[in-house]
Write a protein that binds this ligand. Sequence first.
Ligand SMILES: [Zn+2]
Length: 435
Amino acid sequence: MFTKFSLRTLCLSLLPLLPLLAAAEAPAPVASPPLTAIRAGKFIDVETGRVLANQIILIRGTKIEAVGAKSIPEDAKVIDLSRMTVLPGLVDCHTHLADLADAEPLNVLQRTAAEAAYLAIPNASVTLLAGFTTVRDVGVYRALNDVAMRDAIARGIIIGPRMYVAGAYITISEGAGAMTGLSPDIQLPWDLRYGEANSPWEVRQKIRELAHRGADHIKVLSTGAVLTHGSNPKSIEFTPEELRAAVEEAANFGLRVEAHAHAAEGIKNAIRAGVASIEHATLIDDEGIALAKQRGTYLDMDIYDEECIQSAPNTPADFLRHDAELGEAQRRNFTKAVRAGVKMTFGTDAGVCPHGINARQFAFMVKYGMTPMQAIQSATVNAADLIGHSELFGSIAAGKSADIIAVNGDPLADIHELEHVAFVMKEGRVYKPAD
Ligand SMILES: [Zn+2]
């Protein structure tokens, strides 16, 4: 039996052999990742707004290696989409994947954080299988559940889109992003009040915490909300000082800010503060449209979910009152913003409508003024630009992630085709085969 001393002596005596052992264990040269070739019958080039015929896309591992190759290399595995229309994976810039999809937010209180996380797993998978390979997820009641979901997807534990997450809602107490409607003597757990802030310095403190806890961007609530108890969508919540503090502090960590805003003044306060996008932008006025255009602020308008709010069986009565007439006003203002040439992205507020039907918004965007190509660009190149990762996704180009989808018909002739995505590849892996 070895004593401690003799074991140590033996170990020390092996020391000179270590370089040899390391050499023996060195891995064999890595084989290059497998090559896949996609034959695309029609190819929507979202960068130029053109449609190309009979393109070959080469994919090496997780990345696109070449587009428009003349021939298919012998060692490539071929995916034949020659009778389909191929386009980049879609991006929804306004989702809530990590929350319970429930019209009544107070139902969150009937579940533990772990239950909510498990129940949210299908939200991620149905979104990916609907053709959305990336989302910007803009807030969760159980703080940081979205960070956990993003990381579980990235590690391959669950399937879903690539997620960019907010970590929590930054909101005034009892404000649009708070868990409201409870008696004041109820004490909420930490994660249901994580983002509450009531001064510029409290806003900065929350952003510092979220930046260190893994948030990819910051969500602030500039005005009241439709789907919050005790809220008024026309009220102003954060002041211009607080919004400026948010943008400045987020920038210190390299993060962008998106602002929820319905009321015209709250929209303009947020644009002037320098946010990257306005969410909803429901009652934006002419001055707000001009400001957004001048500042290059994206509008991310969820114009398809009005009917879901009105028809969900358990939409609380006060939410229906908040919502009265806002849906139509938002659609009219969407048309004005498109005509004015404001930068627009595709964001649905998924979770208000069921997850996985996000693509139904495309038909509304076309009905209210976009061309089909503009609607597709809002969910691809524009979305990647807003999120700040045009180098990674948003178009099918050499060097980008192989996020590729296909539909059977021509979405430029009938935009509803995007509601039936028939092929989904994310990072070179096929999640929905074409057959
Ligand atoms: Zn939302």
